[in-house]
Design a binder for this molecule. Structure first.
Ligand code: C2E
Ligand code: CA
Ligand code: CA
Ligand code: CA
Length: 277
């Protein structure tokens, strides 16, 4: 402060106020978007590498603002998370995904797993078990076809509490995935105790394959480690045929990425599922 002089400090304070106001505005608009139905789910296929079949989809949140157009989750999820609006939004996401999944079942489409993202706030500060159970029951969607993705960093935050929540979620019969694996510095000792089904390798390790020998070594090691722990391993952000070939050779189970498809609105995903069925 002293170093930059009083003018710099005033400027800094003004910038802080501005950004705080901006965050409040964004938060209010987000609540309104939820109330007015401007949030939407897109679905990105998850593909079995051995068979090429679509076996699941990750539901990804989109905000369609009437004025601004499509707003990226990277912009609003952090605000939703820190303000707590992620609670009601997350509940809506689960309800919407379960309802959509049940519609697809009733249409007789190939059975798939639907995966939904859970944030740290939702995981530790809301009744995630109760709200998930209610959403599944209300939609009539089978728990075995439902998956929750929890980031490695969220699990690392409060490992003991995390373990309790994971056990209760698992008790509902649903599947659990550890998301963004490799970015969260979790201890392997904890990881081993978590009742998980799927390990998702972060796209940061896939992006530079085959140029990066380091990333290839890391990905291969993570696949082997995941398998040794009895987990299904999915690679995220797969964009090229070479990346897919590498993963196939290393025995990776599933992939997600633009190579198959970008996240699609429900109707688009439905068409893709029909044509691949
Ligand atoms: P994530 O859970 O790691 O989701 C994967 C992100 O990678 C998505 O970005 C997806 O569109 C993008 N992606 C998929 N394939 C490729 C590819 O081949 N190349 C590249 N470059 N990117 C690819 P998106 O949809 O913008 O979501 C960003 C993040 O926002 C998500 O990261 C997740 O952390 C968060 N998010 C999205 N929806 C929800 C939600 O419903 N609840 C919560 N709590 N977070 C969400
Ligand atoms: Ca995810
Ligand atoms: Ca991820
Ligand atoms: Ca991510």
């Amino acid at each position: 402060r002293q170093h930059n002089g009083p003018d710099a400090w005033c400027f800094f304070q003004e910038a802080m106020t501005h950004s705080a106001r901006e965050r409040l505005e964004l938060e209010a608009r987000l609540r309104q978007a939820l109330a007015e139905g401007h949030l939407q789910l897109y679905y990105q296929p998850q593909v079995d590498i051995a068979t090429g079949r679509i076996t699941g989809a990750e539901a990804l949140l989109r905000w369609l603002d009437p004025v601004e157009g499509l707003i990226s989750p990277a912009r609003f999820i952090p605000v939703a998370e820190s303000s707590g609006v992620i609670g009601p939004i997350g509940e809506w996401v689960t309800r919407e995904a379960c309802a959509q999944g049940q519609r697809w079942r009733e249409m007789g489409l190939p059975g798939i797993t639907l995966a939904v993202n859970v944030s740290l706030h939702q995981f530790l500060l809301t009744d995630l078990v109760g709200s998930t159970q209610a959403a599944l029951a209300d939609a009539g969607f089978p728990a075995e076809q439902f998956e929750l993705e929890i980031t490695e960093s969220a699990l690392a935050q409060e490992p003991e509490q995390a373990l309790q929540v994971l056990r209760r979620l698992r008790g509902l019969g649903l599947r659990l995935a550890i998301d963004d694996f490799g970015t969260g510095y979790s201890s392997l000792a904890h990881l081993k105790r978590f009742p998980l089904d799927v390990l998702k390798i972060d796209q940061g390790f896939i992006r530079d394959i085959p140029q990066s020998a380091d990333d290839m070594a890391i990905s291969a090691a993570v696949i082997a480690m995941g398998h040794s722990m009895g987990l299904t391993v999915l690679a995220e952000g797969v964009e090229t045929a070479e990346q897919l070939e590498f993963l196939r050779a290393r025995g990776c189970d599933h992939f997600q990425g633009y190579l198959c498809s970008r996240p699609l609105p429900a109707e688009g995903f439905e068409q893709l599922l029909r044509s691949s069925g």
